[in-house]
Structure formats: C-alpha cells, structure tokens
Design a protein around this ligand. Structure first.
Ligand SMILES: NC(=O)c1ccc[n+]([C@@H]2O[C@H](COP(=O)([O-])OP(=O)(O)OC[C@H]3O[C@@H](n4cnc5c(N)ncnc54)[C@H](OP(=O)(O)O)[C@@H]3O)[C@@H](O)[C@H]2O)c1
Length: 432
C-alpha cells in the first residue's frame, strides 16, 4: 500500500477542520504516518452551503454510496453526527472491510456494542478518539497507555458548555444560571438548544464510552444516573465556595472490588482537587489506577482544531495498521474485568451539601437536625446565611458520610415541613 484514501462524511465544524488539515498538512502527515493520507471524497447533505474550507467540487458528493462503494477508498471518517443513518452507514463501511474513524459519542454510547462487534467480526479498525473530550487523548490513554492498570476512579469534566456556565457563576458576585447560559450562547460555546449538555446527557454519553474502556463494563447511557446543572444557583456556588469547595458537573466511575458506581451530577470538589481549577470551556479527566496513581489530562474538549487533532491521530493509526497489515492491533473494547454489579444510587455513600429555604423561626434548625439524625445523617457544619424573622432564608449544611437513600428519605420529610418553602437543594460531595 503506497497511500491511504479517505472518504469523509460530514463537512461541518469538525469535518471542515479535518479536510483542511488533510490538504494543508499532506506532506507533514505523510512523513509522520509513513505514507500519504489522501482526501478522496467528501459527502455532505447540501452542496450549496458555504464551507469553512475550499474544496475541489469534484471531491464533493451528496451520495454516501460514492464513498462506501468506491473500492479505492480505504477509510471512512464519519463526522455527520446523529444515530441514524450514521449507524447503518458505519456498519456498511465495516462490512465492506473499510476501517472507520468517528467522533460520534451519541452513536457509540447507544450503539457501540453493535459497531464494535461488527468491527471485530470483520477484522477491521474502529477508532473514536474525538468522541470524548475533543483534543484530549483520553481514549488512546485508556486503550493503550494505561492498559496495565486496574482503575479505581475516573472523574471527567466532559462538557465545556456546563463547565463554562459553572465557572461564570463562580466569578465575583456570581452570575445567574440564565445569564451565564446566554453568555455561553453568545460566545458560541452552547448550542441554540443546549438541553443535552445542561441535563448532563452529553456527559453521560462520554462517560459510558470511558467506563467501557476504563472498567471493561458496557453501560447504556439510560442506565446511568444523570442530573444536570439547571437546579444550581449562583448562591449554591458561593456557599460551596465558603465551605472550601468548587461546583463541577462530573462524570464519575468508581470501582470498589467488583462493584461499580457510574453517575453524572453536579459535584462539590475540594478547592485543592486537581479538577477544581479546570475552568471555562476546558475539559479534564482524572484517573486513579493501581500502578499509575493519579493522572490528569486537561485541555480543549471541543472545537474545530482540537477535535481535528484527535481525528488525525486516529487516521494515522489506521493508516499505519493498513500499511503493516495489523488491523485490530488495538482491538475493540472488550469486557476485561469482572464487574459483578453496578451499584444503585440509593446504596451510594458520600457527603452532601444541603440548602434549605425555610422560614426564619426559632426551633426550625433543631427540627431539621432531628429529622436528619433520625435518618443517620450527621451534620459537619451549618450556616444560616441571613436572619430575617418570619422571612424565607437559606440554611446551608455539609454532612458527614451518609447513605444516599437515607438522604432522599430525610429530604422528603423535611420538604413536607410547613416552614420549608422550596424544594431543598442537595449536591453530592466528592473528596477525590
Ligand atoms: N463540534 C465539536 O466541537 C465536536 C467535538 C467532538 C465531537 N464532535 C462530534 O463530531 C460530529 C460532527 O460534529 P460537528 O459539530 O462537526 O457537526 P456539524 O457542524 O453539524 O456538521 C455535520 C455535517 O454532517 C453533514 N451531514 C449530516 N447529515 C448528513 C447526511 N445524512 N448525509 C451527508 N452528510 C450529512 C452535514 O452536511 P451539511 O453541511 O450539508 O448539512 C454537515 O456538513 C458529531 O458526532 C459530534 O458529536 C463534535
């Protein structure tokens, strides 16, 4: 083989970056890959749309079959997004013996098993570095660099939009959630419909991929406990700060023996934790392994160029594997560890931050403390933020270790008290 021809599907934010770099860095990449990687065809939906890259019109098609049925195209790069028809297209590519590179986290989270199985059956590569944390090489790290480790913990700040919003809310006097979201949208950091990001679904997609690689356990995004950030207020961020914590939306996978916890939710992290200073749109992944100890990868988790960097890395791997006839040199993710059970949320133990909105009246605090005590929850510190007789005031607390199920029951009971005027806020704490 003297060159590798690429068929690219999708010429949007990422696709245009990949096309541009394949053209502009042809020699550079050829030298590093050991053979030229040539852009042979690009498939889009609408040929007339303005593009961020200028292409020879003969390269562009609107028919996916022009890529799939071309025997001279060796690799398919899927950057169209969405689950259908991307899944069917990729299965066809694999069936035809064409290796696939994709950035499609939603597809892999929901349909990864079928795709990995097919890749294995056909003995063809499937690479997906860009599907998690954009330019951060976390997939390669888990699949190769950390392969000898038995992982204990993985924390990820995996969504730039939510991290930007939480960072804005923590600055100075603290912006409101709505104002921070508007700022993210005006800077192009948030989609017009940012619901998947804000509700934590995008993080769950990525966490499901990382859990498969890191802990050898496939877990469908729908089976992951997910809580987003819209319930967090600037006051919570400030109060957490006063207690010595930052608030982050974390994807969490933790193993204890052969049991695994997998969850996504806003989390209080001690200010001195390695992830606490990850601000703005940046992403980071923290891993603790039995050999490596603690490791953090930090960088740009999205955007044209960082994501292009990840796609190019995959393309070079695939090109080398084709050249040296070593497809599946890095096999599709396999269950490599016996995880007996995914823990239910109710069983999880940890510390908690509570904010109660209650009428300032003598004895209220004592009643709350009594209910918490009856549910085996002990208070580590408490702070009443204001004193206004017969008005609603926030009372915030940090607990010692408690069981999630006890917390749920206690809060339900507290929220039934007449003096509690809004649903109480509960944020989980991770000490790292
Ligand atoms: N944007 C990021 O920073 C980022 C980061 C990491 C991963 N990703 C992932 O990368 C993928 C691409 O994201 P993106 O932001 O580049 O998306 P995008 O800007 O919306 O671009 C999608 C492209 O796919 C084309 N397309 C869609 N459906 C098609 C179809 N049925 N047939 C042919 N072409 C089709 C579109 O064609 P038209 O232009 O003609 O409509 C467009 O060029 C997604 O899976 C995303 O999750 C993105």
């Amino acid at each position: 083989m003297d060159k590798v021809n690429v068929g690219l599907i999708g010429l949007g934010t990422v696709g245009s970056g990949v096309a541009k770099m394949l053209l502009a860095r042809r020699e550079f990449i050829a030298r590093r890959a050991g053979l030229p990687i040539v852009l042979k065809k690009v498939c889009v939906r609408d040929r007339r749309r303005a593009r961020a890259v200028r292409l020879d019109p003969r390269l562009v098609t609107t028919r996916v079959s022009d890529i799939l049925d071309d025997p001279e195209i060796h690799v398919v790069v899927e950057l169209m997004g969405g689950i259908h028809p991307a899944k069917e297209i990729l299965l066809k590519a694999l069936d035809k013996g064409k290796p696939v590179v994709t950035a499609n986290k939603a597809l892999l989270a929901h349909e990864g098993a079928a795709l990995f199985q097919r890749a294995k059956k056909k003995g063809v590569d499937l690479y997906f570095e860009a599907s998690v944390a954009g330019g951060i090489p976390i997939i390669k790290s888990l699949r190769e660099g950390l392969i000898g480790n038995d992982l204990e913990t993985l924390y990820g700040i995996l969504n730039g939009t939510t991290n930007f919003i939480l960072t804005e809310m923590s600055r100075g006097e603290g912006r409101s959630f709505d104002s921070a979201l508007k700022e993210a949208q005006s800077r192009g950091y948030a989609e017009r419909n940012p619901s998947l990001d804000l509700r934590g679904i995008d993080t769950a997609h990525k966490l499901s991929i990382l859990t498969l690689l890191g802990f050898g356990r496939a877990i469908a995004p729908g089976d992951i406990y997910v809580e987003g950030i819209p319930g967090i207020t600037a006051n919570d961020v400030r109060y957490a700060h006063d207690f010595g914590y930052t608030v982050k939306l974390l994807g969490i996978a933790k193993r204890e023996g052969d049991e695994l916890e997998v969850r996504v939710h806003p989390t209080l992290l001690p200010k001195n934790h390695l992830l606490s200073n990850v601000s703005g749109v940046h992403n980071a992944v923290f891993v603790r392994g039995d050999l490596i100890g603690e490791l953090v990868l930090y960088g740009q988790g999205a955007g044209r160029l960082p994501t292009t960097s990840a796609v190019l890395a995959d393309l070079v791997d695939v090109a080398r594997n084709l050249r040296y006839h070593s497809p599946q040199r890095v096999p599709p993710p396999v269950p490599h560890r016996r995880i007996r059970r995914i823990r239910k949320m109710g069983e999880i133990e940890g510390r908690f931050y509570f904010r109660f909105s209650c009428i300032d009246r003598p004895g209220v605090l004592a009643r709350i403390a009594r209910i918490l005590g009856a549910h085996r929850i002990s208070i580590a510190s408490v702070s009443q933020k204001d004193r206004r007789r017969e008005q609603i005031v926030p009372v915030v607390m940090m607990t010692h270790e408690a069981k999630e199920r006890d917390v749920e029951e206690a809060l339900a009971e507290i929220d039934r008290m007449g003096v509690i005027r809004r649903k109480s806020v509960c944020i989980r704490v991770e000490r790292g």
